[in-house]
Write a protein that binds this ligand. Structure first.
Ligand code: HEM
Ligand code: NAG
Ligand code: NAG
Ligand code: NAG
Ligand code: NAG
Ligand code: NAG
Ligand code: NAG
Length: 322
């Protein structure tokens, strides 16, 4: 290898190391706030116990956070008269659970002021909320993220993949965050919990083909059922479970219905349109494999472009920059 290429390789490796969580570590708050992870877990479990829709909210919120400016808590920031924040972008629709994040933050500020970042709280909340039904953590969360000071609606629009994306566009979107097709298929398994609004998929139900027909890649019986839920193309308020019959259970049922052409969005169906990706879908119908792979891909997603060391800040309140 020529000197130039070696230098290039070292540079690439270094940059990736920094951007992809080289600085995150296990139990970052062990000395500075030993109770931190316990406090997050207790409040999140208490909240999920009384509201079973929250795991889907936190999991999606963490994903949206990480895909826009990295996992820096920017999704939590409110708009100001001068700035339209990520929260106000169209893909934000139905983001929720912000009040619970704030409750966690308030408690942590009482216990160890100025120590625990909102970005870490969100990463832990996603893990702990989804893990509640198992009463044990489903994946490891490295900590040490710091909070960003910028949140722009325009960047959410540009970085959050659309449910109308085809395989090529999805692959490109994940690649731009350093994630592979394998990560794409594994993390799409997040759609095993939660709901989708009709307007994100009803184009598949009504006149998709231009001569009245539904999307041929959607299971016809399922399409007929969905038409009873979403009565017109204009319906933007009704929601349906993304994983029918198992919408509150975190499991690998998503892949089983996907193979029956019952994926809700075009972006779900798109995972079957590529040979390699289709093979991964089939692999993940093995439950044990799914849980192992999901843990690994979440770790990679949770490390996207993180701020560490002295970058960014530790926000005092998660919805406003200091
Ligand atoms: C692959 C690209 C993805 C696309 C195009 C996509 C798109 C969407 C859309 C359109 C919704 C419905 C929102 C609504 O109607 O309110 C949704 C919901 C959801 N997504 Fe994704 N998503 C993707 C990847 C992910 C990933 C990587 C995760 C997490 C690992 C995730 C977790 C969720 C969850 C949990 C919900 C349910 C939210 C709720 O019930 O409120 N998604 N997604
Ligand atoms: C908004 O911008 C104006 C003028 O640039 C500035 O005076 C004001 O402090 C800003 N307000 C906020 C909330 O940032
Ligand atoms: C999402 O954005 C809309 C405007 O597009 C706004 O009205 C709504 O409050 C936002 N949702 C959240 C949870 O901030
Ligand atoms: C559960 O949490 C969601 C998201 O914050 C909220 O919209 C909903 O009203 C809550 N439901 C109950 C019963 O509190
Ligand atoms: C995927 O979508 C992009 C953008 O809409 C489009 O340019 C491309 O032709 C599509 N690819 C396939 C294989 O359909
Ligand atoms: C279906 O779409 C085609 C092409 O856009 C249009 O000409 C036709 O009028 C539509 N049919 C219905 C029933 O809306
Ligand atoms: C739903 O559609 C109506 C009518 O087009 C519109 O006024 C409203 O803002 C939309 N709501 C959402 C949440 O997009």
């Amino acid at each position: 290898m020529k000197g130039g290429s070696v230098l290039f390789l070292i540079t690439v490796v270094t940059v990736l190391g920094v951007c992809h969580g080289g600085q995150l570590r296990k139990k970052f708050y062990k000395e500075s706030c030993p109770q931190a992870e316990e406090i997050v877990k207790n409040i999140i479990w208490k909240s999920v116990a009384s509201n079973s829709t929250l795991p889907a909210k936190f999991l999606r919120m963490h994903f949206h956070d990480c895909f826009v400016r990295g996992c820096d808590g920017s999704v939590l920031i409110d708009s100001t008269p001068n700035n339209s924040a990520e929260k106000d972008a169209i893909p934000n629709q139905s983001l929720g659970g912000f009040d619970v994040i704030e409750e966690v933050k308030t408690q942590l500020e009482k216990t160890c002021p100025g120590v625990v970042s909102c970005a870490d709280i969100l990463a832990l909340a996603a893990r702990d909320s989804v893990s509640f039904q198992f009463k044990k953590p489903l994946w490891k969360v490295l900590t040490g993220r710091r909070d960003g000071r910028i949140s722009l609606a325009s960047e959410a629009l540009a970085n959050i993949p659309s449910p109308f994306f085809n395989f090529t566009a999805l692959k490109q979107s994940f690649a731009s965050k350093g994630l592979t097709v394998h990560d794409l298929v594994v993390l799409s398994g997040g759609h095993t919990i939660g709901v989708g609004h009709c307007n994100f998929f009803s184009n598949r139900l009504y006149n998709f083909t231009g001569n009245g027909g539904a999307d041929p890649s959607l299971n016809p019986q399922y399409a007929a059922f969905l038409r009873t839920q979403c009565r017109s193309l204009a319906d933007n308020t009704t929601t349906v479970p993304m994983d029918p019959g198992s919408g509150l259970n975190f499991d690998n049922h998503y892949y089983k219905i996907l193979l029956q052409n019952k994926g809700l969005f075009q972006s779900d169906a798109a995972l079957l349109t590529n040979k390699g990706s289709n093979n991964i879908v089939e692999e993940l119908t093995d439950s044990e494999k799914f849980f192992t792979e999901f843990a690994q891909s979440m770790k990679r997603m949770g490390a996207i472009e993180v701020l560490t060391g002295s970058s960014g800040e530790i926000r005092k309140k998660c919805n406003v920059i200091n």
